[in-house]
Design a protein around this ligand. Structure first.
Ligand SMILES: [Fe+2]
Ligand SMILES: [Fe+2]
Length: 346
């Protein structure tokens, strides 16, 4: 920041903030004086200094720039402002002979308003008030949009959790299964550094991974003994039933892979498609490990669930065959960080 600009930054204030950029210091001082009762103004004598202010001293509600300046001109400067500080409302100051440039800038959407020099004080204030109203309106719209999206996301997860409970209610032995699998799968996914979008797929896919069990007869789900071959076929068919249930719903397409592939094995020996390695989506490979862990540690009609250490030992023993070794490794990291992997009761 140059000496000319040094010390011009306004003290913290509740007044809306505006940045003026012009290569004439006298003009800048006059602009600042004209608005000081309503706006806290910073001034910069060229585009580079203006960008410094935006990067280190923003946010500004309004940025007003002269058109003709040495180096970067006003049009280019305001186009850059749009990328650095998209919420700032942009105004261009022009001389009478630059009207064509100003009109083009407005039409290109680079600026909200333009003012022609010399600017009478009342015109300047009226312009800034209108810019401020536009800024507040935009901010309010964004806040409403953000809270609506948040509410929809909450509704989405709450609805899917209700579905998960309905699936698990089909059998007294699977109470809480889908929610426990989801909670563990999310911890594994976090440890593996998955991005928010992928975490969301694991979250929603985990809750619905067994949705096809809605179509599995309770006599098979709750059979107190080993399943016959034909019963096992019906049990395994929950994957295809799940795909059929979710297929028509557009917004569920990204998590369909979890439903379709959570019983595939890393070495290709799983079902229904016999996919192997990275043919199986990472989301499904994660849910598969969490699913197996929960199945091993839960009581079944024909056996007691095993202890956590034993379940981990079994998963490690099947790493590289049934399970993706990287996912098993992440499960071990989760286990080493916490006292128990079982964080929810069934
Ligand atoms: Fe399943
Ligand atoms: Fe499951």
């Amino acid at each position: 920041m140059s000496a000319a600009d040094g010390g011009n930054r306004q003290a913290a204030t509740s007044m809306p903030r505006v940045l003026f950029v012009d290569d004439e210091p006298a003009m800048l001082e006059s602009l600042r004086r004209s608005v000081r009762r309503e706006f806290a103004a910073d001034i910069a004598t060229n585009a580079d200094h203006g960008l410094d202010y935006l990067r280190s001293g923003g946010p500004y509600c309004i940025v007003v720039s002269d058109m003709r300046m040495p180096g970067m001109d006003g049009a280019e400067f305001l186009a850059t402002v749009r990328t650095i500080s998209p919420d700032s409302v942009r105004v261009m100051l022009t001389g009478c002979d630059e009207m064509e440039v100003a009109v083009r800038a407005v039409n290109d959407g680079r600026i909200f308003k333009f003012l022609s020099k010399p600017v009478p004080r009342e015109d300047l204030l009226a312009c800034l008030r209108s810019c401020l109203a536009h800024y507040l309106e935009q901010r309010e719209e964004k806040q409403v949009m953000a809270s609506t999206i948040h509410a929809l996301e909450q509704l989405d997860i709450a609805t899917l959790t209700a579905f998960a409970r309905a699936i698990d209610a089909n059998s007294p032995w699977t109470g809480g299964h889908s929610e426990r699998v989801t909670a563990l799968a999310l911890r594994i996914a976090h440890t593996m550094g998955l991005h928010a979008k992928d975490l969301q797929i694991v979250h929603r896919g985990g809750l619905l991974h067994d949705i096809g069990k809605i179509g599995t007869p309770p006599a098979i789900l709750n059979k107190p003994g080993r399943l016959e071959v034909w019963e096992n076929e019906i049990m395994q068919n929950h994957v295809n039933v799940g795909i059929r249930i979710l297929e028509p719903i557009d917004c569920f397409q990204d998590m369909l892979c979890v439903v379709a592939q959570h019983h595939e094995h890393f070495d290709g020996s799983g079902y229904p498609a016999g996919l192997a390695g990275e043919q199986i989506s990472l989301h499904a490979r994660i849910v598969a490990v969490a699913d197996a862990y929960d199945a091993l540690t839960s009581d079944r009609p024909y056996r007691k669930g095993v202890r956590e250490e034993k379940a981990i030992e079994i998963l490690k023993g099947n790493s590289g065959t049934q399970f993706d070794p990287k996912v098993v490794e992440a499960l071990l990291a989760v286990a080493s960080k916490s006292r128990s992997l079982q964080i929810m009761g069934g």
